[in-house]
Design a protein around this ligand. Structure first.
Ligand code: FAD
Length: 285
């Protein structure tokens, strides 16, 4: 049980995404084999917000759980989904022995019709969580946002909504990526005051190319501290130097978190096992 693992030790986990094309599964499995060698406590697998590619998430999660014998956590989103859709995916996960989901609302994809969006059964992740708790045996985690979710009116209201995830049965939380640890420390303090007692895993994404930073920031809304901006300005034009500097930044970020008592680290691996391996050997040697 992951819940026990969180209670007993510091955890390390990875996020990966399923291959975009059917022909790419073999190479995805090789990526997973390498990540598996790093012995993470769990690996989470992303999910397309519309749900049409859910089979790929299930196949990858199944490989992690059944072939690698590592706890797999499948992401699942409810934007545009009916209860039947969520039950179908939940049943398929259970059939594959995958018992953990990161239950998310998701964002409406551009191609989703008004009809599908308007007929959704769940407005928020916590609504789906309550439904999953009542109707399935799945264990659940939820997402949290150290710098506030972009739609939330205030951090206070976002935390009120986060508390609903805990009340709905979330066993732990995984944070949005952040580059400035001070936001995370401040968030942990506020979450604690709000009564959030479940473990929280800190989301770290190493930035290894200058282009990646722009895309990441526009998707996550995370702030870029001066130290990271300076690093991009200095090394952004050199592929190898940028890669090394980005990995070093992530290592320093994780070390600082650990020195400040953060026990749970979740690395957004971007399906790059070599990069993950370099971080893990620097941190855990
Ligand atoms: P919610 O918890 O529903 O929150 C969304 C907004 O609604 C917030 O502003 C919140 O404050 C507000 N809110 C919540 N409950 C209520 C309520 N009861 N009343 C009023 N307002 C409320 N997306 C994908 O498509 N696929 C993925 O695999 C994926 N993986 C992710 C993994 C992590 C770790 C994170 C942090 C995000 C991930 N996302 C993924 C992105 C996520 O789907 C988006 O951030 C989305 O905008 C919010 O999802 P949520 O589950 O946090 O939503």
């Amino acid at each position: 049980m992951l819940q026990n693992v969180f209670e007993q030790k510091n955890t390390l986990s990875f996020e990966i995404f399923p291959p975009k094309k059917d022909g790419e599964f073999e190479s995805a499995f090789r990526v997973l084999d390498s990540l598996g060698n790093l012995k993470p406590d769990f690996i989470s697998v992303t999910y397309g917000a519309g749900g049409s590619r859910s089979g790929k998430t299930i196949e990858i999660a199944s490989y992690i759980q059944n072939k690698l014998k590592i706890n797999a956590m499948a992401h699942i989103t409810c934007v545009g989904s009916k209860k039947e859709d969520i039950l179908r995916v939940s049943a398929a996960l259970r059939e594959h022995n995958v018992n953990y989901v990161l239950a998310l609302r998701g964002d409406r994809p551009r191609e989703m019709s008004d009809e599908q969006f308007d007929s959704r059964d769940f407005a928020h992740a916590s609504d789906m969580m309550r439904f999953l708790k009542e109707n399935t045996q799945l264990h659940m985690a939820g997402a949290c946002y150290p710098e506030k979710h972009f739609e939330a009116f205030s951090m206070e209201s976002d935390l009120n909504h986060l508390l609903k995830k805990q009340e709905a049965g979330a066993e732990f939380l995984v944070s949005q990526l952040f580059f400035d640890n001070d936001y995370y420390y401040s968030f942990l303090e506020k979450a604690d005051k709000k009564g959030i007692t479940i473990p929280i895993s800190a989301g770290i994404m190493p930035i290894t190319t200058a282009n990646q930073l722009g895309t990441t920031v526009s998707l996550s809304g995370s702030s870029v501290p001066k130290a990271l901006a300076d690093l991009i300005a200095r090394y952004g034009d050199s592929r190898e130097d940028m890669r090394k500097a980005g990995i070093d930044y992530a290592i320093r970020q994780i070390r600082d978190l650990q020195e400040n008592g953060v026990k749970h680290i979740h690395i957004y691996t971007m399906n790059k096992p070599k990069m993950a391996g370099e971080i893990v050997s620097a941190i855990y040697r």
